[in-house]
Design a binder for this molecule. Structure first.
Ligand code: SME
Length: 157
């Protein structure tokens, strides 16, 4: 397990040294998952015009049911459309939650934005209830900033 600052340093280094968005995304979700044993599922949904989309290699963990999520649905849609992080300590008590695994107990979704452009969302699920505290949120928001900047630069080259 890497430490918090290690994870962010590793992501930064990856962003500086990776040519393609696919290679970057696949490694980024792995680096984030490896940083905390409570991060059971880590994925990046990219922002399309009508919906959020999860490309086949952009996640680590069990293959999820929801690979396309309209902006009007789920925690992912809510975080993207409100442009703010959403933390759910108990997914079973959350009406907006779209279930991807029966084991998931808590979830965080962080929007990926750069220069006011929404590029996607970073989504993490945990089998542990309330796994995403203040420290995890701060760390994951910093990770999302690195990812958002990378995506922005790739799409606006
Ligand atoms: N739970 C998410 C859907 C994605 S899966 O967790 C991978 C949501 O409610 O938007």
């Amino acid at each position: 397990m890497t430490t918090e600052s290690n994870m962010l340093d590793t992501l930064m280094e990856l962003a500086q040294n990776t040519q393609t968005t696919d290679a970057f995304s696949e490694k980024a979700v792995q680096i984030i998952q490896d940083s905390n044993s409570k991060y059971d599922w880590v994925g990046i949904y990219i922002a399309l015009e009508e919906r959020l989309h999860l490309p086949p290699t952009y996640f680590k963990g069990l293959d999820p049911e929801h690979k396309d999520i309209p902006y009007t649905e789920g925690i992912c849609g809510a975080a993207a459309s409100q442009n703010e992080t959403i933390v759910i300590d108990d997914v079973n008590a959350e009406p907006r939650y779209l279930a991807c695994s029966i084991y998931t107990k808590s979830e965080i979704v962080v929007p990926l934005t750069y220069n006011k452009q929404l590029l996607g969302v970073l989504d993490l699920d945990s089998h542990t209830p309330a796994a995403f505290g203040e420290q995890e949120q701060t760390e994951l928001e910093a990770a999302a900033k690195i990812i958002g900047e990378y995506y922005y630069k790739q799409t606006n080259k």
